[in-house]
Design a protein around this ligand. Structure first.
Ligand SMILES: Cc1ncnc2c1ncn2[C@@H]1O[C@H](/C=C/CNC(=O)c2cc(-c3ccc(F)cc3)cc(O)c2O)C[C@H]1O
Ligand SMILES: [Mg+2]
Length: 214
């Protein structure tokens, strides 16, 4: 039977990366996606911007929307302080199964809680299920038409506090026009666009960093 792209990506990690070394996992995925098969990971160019924002925030609580194969999960978790928690939501069970193995190969399973399910269902349950009061940092990288509704849902559920940083992937390609329009015009956010390129290509893309004003 045919393997899937995430299965082939996991194979490249298991073949080329060293267990317990997150950096080698990221390198193996980026090489696979550059030389063998494109995949929708945030990639190394936008990944460096992600790294700098995560390091600046130094978050104790992180929410990631859209795990996929776990590339950005590994990237973020590898920068977190010892007792920080990263909750990542993924509703495709096949992707979740691959991501768990990628995260484990990197040795970061203690920092990461991968929750299988839809963001719209789980965001309202964050407080009761995981004892979260607010998130310090949110990485949006799931279906692009879910960025806006989920941001509004996080506001309504009181999961954002003064200073919470939202970082959104793909605001140019594939694009998230309704999210950008809202976040850039809302007095409740201070936004900044980081110009970059679509992973593994020369196509323009970028990240939008938005700080919740409370
Ligand atoms: C609502 C919800 N809840 C939980 N998980 C959710 C969810 N919506 C999607 N997910 C999960 O996140 C992942 C989805 C991510 C969506 N990302 C994309 O569609 C995406 C697409 C491209 C892209 C750009 C140019 C091209 F020509 C082709 C593709 C690039 C990217 O960086 C992307 O993130 C996997 C999915 O199961
Ligand atoms: Mg993306």
């Amino acid at each position: 039977t045919q393997s899937t792209r995430p299965q082939r990506l996991l194979g490249a990690v298991q073949k080329n990366a060293t267990r317990g070394q997150p950096h080698s996992v990221l390198k193996a995925i980026d090489q696979f996606c550059t030389h063998t098969e494109w995949a929708m990971n945030v990639g190394d160019e936008k990944g460096c911007i992600l790294d700098s924002v995560v390091s600046e925030v130094n978050p104790a609580t992180v929410l990631e929307l859209g795990t996929y194969c776990g590339y950005s999960t590994v990237r973020i978790a590898s920068l977190l302080p010892p007792h920080a928690k990263l909750i990542t939501l993924e509703f495709n069970p096949d992707f979740a199964a691959i991501a768990r193995q990628v995260i484990a190969w990197a040795g970061l399973e203690d920092k990461v809680q991968l929750v299988e399910g839809a963001s719209g269902d789980w965001i309202p349950k964050m407080k009761e299920q995981f004892g979260i009061t607010t998130f310090d940092f949110v990485f949006l990288d799931h279906w692009k038409d879910r960025y806006l509704p989920d941001t509004k849902l996080m506001e309504e559920c009181g999961l954002l506090r003064k200073g919470t940083v939202l970082l959104a992937d793909n605001v140019i390609c594939p694009g998230t026009p309704d999210y950008l329009e809202y976040i850039r015009n809302s007095p409740r956010y201070k936004s900044q666009y980081f110009k970059s390129h679509l992973e593994y290509t020369k196509v323009e893309d970028g990240l939008e960093k938005s700080v919740f004003q409370g």
